[in-house]
Design a protein around this ligand. Structure first.
Ligand SMILES: CC(C)(COP(=O)(O)OP(=O)(O)OC[C@H]1O[C@@H](n2cnc3c(N)ncnc32)[C@H](O)[C@@H]1OP(=O)(O)O)[C@@H](O)C(=O)NCCC(=O)NCCS
Length: 201
């Protein structure tokens, strides 16, 4: 029998962005993205391993990302300028992790944009496409996102995308040296097709 080729990893395009699923070939660009933005992300992001600025770290992380995508437990997008070539810098990341199937059909959303690309509506544009994909293509019913109340930009972004506040979770995540309260938010897929429950568990 001929060996079957593994299915291609997905891509999404928006008016300004090309979004590719994380893959080991992007390791060097991801390492540069994290190094470049280390100070910018520190205030809002969990602590990173000491080798987060190395391609070796991202090669192994991306291999895990591909395995988890194929297992249906995560979808991790890497954002590039739509017109940029193959050596383009990474503009941002969007991760849907902790995907559960069956009666929960839920996931947790995280995102980061390059400091130099902020304030142009790019993350909103990317998240619209990515959330459309998790609802329509991955058939999820719920996306949850958490932000520190002080992260006003993130709060506004989620509000614009139609996320509703669930409530304040105390000492929720260890960020920048301390346990930080987080506002939990949710977006529900009102067009969810219930006949798909149980098709993947
Ligand atoms: C939070 C974060 C993703 C926001 O990215 P962003 O691309 O600036 O967010 P948006 O897509 O919502 O852009 C909206 C901003 O662009 C402006 N904008 C300019 N052109 C626009 C356009 N064509 N369409 C929409 N908004 C536009 C808006 O006025 C708005 O500015 P404001 O936030 O000052 O009001 C980014 O700041 C980031 O990565 N921060 C650090 C990490 C972090 O906080 N992660 C999230 C942890 S919960």
């Amino acid at each position: 029998l001929p060996a079957t080729k593994p299915a291609e990893l997905p891509e999404l395009t928006t008016p300004r962005l090309r979004m590719r699923h994380a893959a080991p070939g992007m390791a060097a660009a991801l390492a540069q993205f994290m190094t470049r933005n280390e100070t910018f992300f520190r205030r809002w992001d969990p602590p990173r391993p000491s080798d987060v600025g190395t391609a070796a770290h991202w090669r192994s992380q991306s291999a895990t990302a591909v395995r988890e995508f194929r297992a249906g437990s995560a979808v991790r997008w890497v954002l590039f300028d739509r017109t940029a070539g193959p050596r383009a810098p990474v503009l941002g990341r969007i991760n849907f992790t902790q995907i559960f199937h069956g009666p929960f059909q839920s996931c947790v959303l995280g995102y980061q944009l390059d400091a130099g690309a902020e304030g142009k509506g790019l993350m909103q544009e990317a998240l619209r496409a990515a959330i459309d994909d998790v609802f329509k293509v991955r058939s999820l019913h719920r996306v949850q996102a958490a932000h520190m109340p002080e992260n006003v930009r993130s709060a506004r972004l989620l509000g614009r995308l139609g996320f509703a506040q669930i409530g304040l979770a105390r000492r929720y995540l260890f960020i920048d040296g301390a346990w930080r309260d987080h506002m939990l938010t949710e977006k529900i897929n009102d067009a969810f097709d219930v006949t798909r429950i149980g098709s993947r568990s």
